[in-house]
Ligand binder design. Structure first.
Ligand code: NAD
Ligand code: GDD
Length: 329
């Protein structure tokens, strides 16, 4: 039986990945500071541990896993990474995890390690025009990410690729572009725009107001979790190191995102644009390289993923209010 290790297996992407690997027939160990927030884990073995501790990394990597997915990081949406308040933690915590993990994998002679970098590593100067952002993989330098989170991702992707060059490892690097879906963080300050907008729409009365950070003309693309996992496993099992964008190329403004979610909810809402953490003005995944190299790219329309995500977030909102039945719209 093949074996896999998922670090960050109690997080959004990690918990979904564990379930997918179990469906594929793997024996799976997950490691995290916490269990998944919204479901029981499907892992065969779930270790609560802090990967900033080298001894924990060595202990959980007690065998030559066939596949290791390193997803653990100190991360969140714009409300977490662009305020500046968490910069020291984000850099120190995530870099320490990555330094420990790649070394522990090398010591066990593990070849196949997946690392989840982020589109936040791309230079801010290429993401100022909301209609024409440039996030081609080869546009990364001269480096100028707009957040410390992005700088740590850039450092760590270089770390894994350096271990490939010097130690014959086969680490794979993906640059995720805003992943969303059911069982993602939807409240509390770390939620990203899709979940935040779903929550705000679910909480709003038809005809009421919804608060949007900025003028809403900033652009993004959002990738549904199932396609993220498809790209992730395809990349790890491919002969290519990356970095590759793993993201959707269906770019929308945040105002369009709000309109799509409002339509799904059947609510007419007035957008109230307020100051907030904004990040780059425009971002979209450039999928030419992954399509040419892996012969695959994400293709599912944004609205399909939003329908599933809205249904799930709406249920969380209702549960929190103590309601059991769908509210009448
Ligand atoms: P998440 O926050 O839900 O999951 C990360 C997990 O890492 C959390 O469960 C957290 O508890 C765990 N963790 C943090 N510090 C740890 C430590 N010291 N020891 C053990 N576990 C620790 O985030 P996610 O959305 O599932 O993202 C997974 C990975 O993908 C992260 O590396 C993230 O930076 C990257 N990424 C995600 C997105 C996205 O849109 N979700 C975009 C770009 C990159
Ligand atoms: N989170 C959030 N909540 N964002 C909002 C809101 C809101 O209520 N209203 C408007 N926005 C805007 C933000 O200001 C930002 O301009 C845009 O929606 C997208 O915000 P996020 O989804 O929170 O983050 P991001 O796209 O800037 O960055 C995310 O994606 C990266 C990868 O592409 C983060 O998750 C990063 O951690 C990730 O690496």
């Amino acid at each position: 039986m093949k074996t896999a290790l998922v670090t960050g297996g109690g997080g959004f992407i990690g918990a979904h990945l564990v379930s997918r690997l179990k469906r594929e027939g793997f024996w799976v160990r997950a490691v995290d500071l916490k269990y998944p927030d919204f479901s029981e884990t499907d892992a065969d073995d779930f270790v609560i541990g802090d990967l900033r501790d080298q001894a924990v990394c060595s202990r959980v990597i007690d065998r030559r896993f066939d596949e290791v997915y390193q997803l653990a990081a100190d991360m969140g949406g714009a409300g977490y990474i662009f305020t500046g308040e968490h910069d020291a933690d984000v850099m120190h915590n995530s870099a320490t995890i990555n330094l420990n993990m790649v070394d522990a994998c090398l010591k066990r002679n593990i070849k196949h390690v997946f690392y989840s970098s982020s589109a936040c590593m791309y230079p801010a100067y290429n993401q100022e025009d909301p209609n024409n952002p440039n996030c081609a993989e080869d546009s990364a330098y001269p480096a100028a990410p707009d957040s410390e989170y992005g700088w740590e991702k850039l450092f760590s992707e270089r770390l894994y690729l350096a271990f490939n060059r010097n130690h014959n490892m086969e680490c794979r690097v993906a640059r995720y572009h805003n992943i969303f879906g059911p069982q993602g963080t939807w409240e509390g300050g770390k939620e990203k725009a899709p979940a935040a907008i779903c929550r705000k729409v679910a909480e709003a009365q038809g005809g009421g107001d919804i608060e949007i950070w900025g003028d809403g003309n900033q652009t993004r693309s959002f990738l549904y979790i199932d396609e993220c996992l498809e790209g992730t496993t395809r990349l790890l099992r491919s002969p290519y190191n990356g970095p590759f964008n793993v993201g959707s190329d269906e770019m929308v403004t945040i105002n369009q995102l709000v309109d799509m979610v409002s339509h799904i909810a059947g609510k007419k809402l007035h957008k109230n644009h307020i100051p907030g953490p904004l990040g780059v003005r425009g971002r979209n995944s450039d999928n030419r390289l992954i399509a040419e190299t892996l012969g695959w790219k994400p293709s599912s329309p944004l609205v399909k993923g939003l329908e599933k995500t809205y249904a799930w977030v709406e249920e969380q909102v209702r549960r929190k209010r103590g309601e059991n039945q769908p509210s009448t719209k």
